[in-house]
Design a protein around this ligand. Structure first.
Ligand SMILES: Cc1cc2nc3c(=O)[nH]c(=O)nc-3n(C[C@H](O)[C@H](O)[C@H](O)COP(=O)(O)OP(=O)(O)OC[C@H]3O[C@@H](n4cnc5c(N)ncnc54)[C@H](O)[C@@H]3O)c2cc1C
Length: 47
């Protein structure tokens, strides 16, 4: 089984993980994200 670790869970990381899943449905894919939010890009002002 292929093991894939993606560092960063904002925009590119989850995109890469999703692509890896489509390429290999059996791969073990782990996203490591520093901040508490996943897939939260910096586009919007949250203030
Ligand atoms: C103010 C602002 C407004 C923007 N507005 C727009 C817009 O309107 N439209 C648009 O298309 N783009 C916009 N952008 C750009 C868009 O937000 C970025 O292009 C996009 O977020 C890049 O995504 P990324 O995944 O490549 O990198 P990042 O968003 O930088 O994600 C990297 C992730 O990796 C995590 N990380 C870093 N180091 C580690 C580590 N050692 N271990 C674990 N996790 C780690 C970080 O916590 C972060 O979540 C804006 C950016 C800013 C700052």
């Amino acid at each position: 089984m292929t093991k894939i670790v993606v560092i960063g869970g904002s925009a590119a990381g989850p995109k890469a993980a999703a692509r890896a899943r489509r390429l290999d449905e059996n791969a073990e894919i782990t996203i490591i994200q520093k901040s508490p939010d996943l897939s939260m890009a910096s586009c919007r002002d949250f203030s």
